[in-house]
Design a protein around this ligand. Structure first.
Ligand SMILES: Cc1ncc(C[n+]2csc(CCOP(=O)(O)OP(=O)(O)O)c2C)c(N)n1
Length: 367
């Protein structure tokens, strides 16, 4: 029986918090499991460095992902080469697994348009900042894949807050009716900036919303990368190759927590309790997978140390490469939105140019 065939309130888990298996370990090779761990470690280290770059004034606002590595890497790991990822703005981990160079992610948050250009061989869409808009794009893309008879699944990532948007309903409703090959992956990290999960919906779970759209919804422990992988893999396979009578789309709710701020522009201590954060830190996906891999002889001190060193080097190189790019021209913010500028944007660009000429960079800095 598929792992998707369960009550949406029955959370799927493979590893306990201490790394002990309590469910069926997915069929991944030793190398794949260690790579999964390395990528989670890489995502965490990248995140820590990115936050400190922002604090040093070397990068703009940045949305941290710490705590969410298991959900991001575990889900992206389940995609095949031909599948597509439609991310929100926090999916730096899923993106690195897909092959987006870290330098691009850094450039994006440093304000370079170049950072938003996805390499031809990476099947993912650019960052979506307007909440839930990517759900519609992903549903449309999946419908196109189906109409063109292409064998590809489309995974769309969004937060718990996104489920309150009309776009979420429209996308999932359409996917159900047109039976599109979608995996809707909700990173329920408990908070939409300062709005807690209880204020987002009166439903017992987000996963159960799938029932209303006529397809399967599954709740998974998002701090457990192997459970996330198992659920996403089953959803990807079903999207591309459903059994008789099965609907292609799936809604996955990965229950997790963001350890840090929503972005570097807010202070989470104002709206949430430090005890709550500490409780969730006990579920950290990285030591959880590490304990399992050590216990089963796939990792030891030497291997972990080698991973640590290579990850630090990789991130340092990406930072150096991003910082050696010439600074973007501020006027570039008016480009790349429309092929031809609208009269409003043209007027704004002209007003900006005039102000910039008069005051230079200083005119835009606040004390
Ligand atoms: C359409 C829209 N409305 C409001 C915002 C402002 N905003 C930015 S992030 C955010 C919260 C999103 O929370 P959630 O969907 O749970 O994702 P998370 O940031 O927790 O990953 C809001 C309201 C926005 N970006 N787009």
């Amino acid at each position: 029986m598929s792992v998707l065939q369960r009550d949406p309130q029955d959370m799927l888990r493979v590893l306990e918090e201490d790394g002990t298996p309590v469910g069926e370990v997915p069929d991944l090779s030793d190398d794949e499991l260690v790579t999964m761990y390395r990528e989670m470690y890489l995502a965490r280290h990248f995140d820590t460095r990115a936050v400190s770059l922002q604090r040093q004034g070397r990068m703009g606002t940045y949305p941290p992902l710490s705590g969410q590595e298991g959900a991001q890497i575990g889900s992206a790991f389940a995609l095949d080469e031909e599948d597509w990822l439609f991310p929100s703005y926090r999916e730096h981990g899923a993106a690195l697994h897909r092959g987006l160079p870290l330098k691009r992610t850094l450039l994006y948050w440093m304000g370079h348009e170049k950072g938003n250009r996805i390499p031809e061989d990476v099947n993912m869409f650019p960052v979506a900042v307007p909440i839930a808009t990517q759900v519609l794009h992903a549903t449309g893309a999946a419908w196109a894949k189906k109409l063109q008879d292409e064998d590809a699944a489309v995974m769309c990532c969004f937060g718990d807050g996104a489920t309150s948007e009309g776009d979420f309903h429209e996308g999932l409703n359409f996917a159900g009716v047109f039976d599109t090959p979608n995996v809707f992956f909700c990173n329920n990290n408990q908070w939409a900036i300062s709005v807690p999960r209880e204020r987002q919906t009166a439903s017992a779970t987000i996963a159960q919303k799938a029932t209303a759209y006529g397809f399967e919804g599954v709740q998974v422990d998002g701090m457990d990368p192997l459970a996330v992988y198992a659920a996403t893999r089953a959803a990807v396979e079903k999207a591309k190759n459903p059994d008789e009578g099965e609907r292609r789309p799936t809604l996955i709710e990965a229950v997790q927590y963001r350890f840090g701020a929503h972005t570097t522009a807010d202070d989470p201590t104002v709206y949430r309790d430090t005890d709550e954060v500490e409780e969730w830190k006990k579920k950290d996906p990285i030591p959880r997978l590490e304990a399992f891999l050590r216990e089963t002889g796939r990792l030891d001190d030497e291997k972990v140390e080698a991973i640590e060193t290579s990850v630090k080097d990789e991130v340092a190189e990406a930072i150096e490469a991003a910082e050696s790019e010439p600074r973007p021209e501020p006027s570039e913010m008016f480009s790349n939105v429309f092929a031809e500028q609208t009269p409003e944007i043209r007027a704004q660009a002209e007003a900006f140019a005039e102000m910039y000429e008069r005051h230079g960079d200083e005119g835009f800095l606040r004390e």
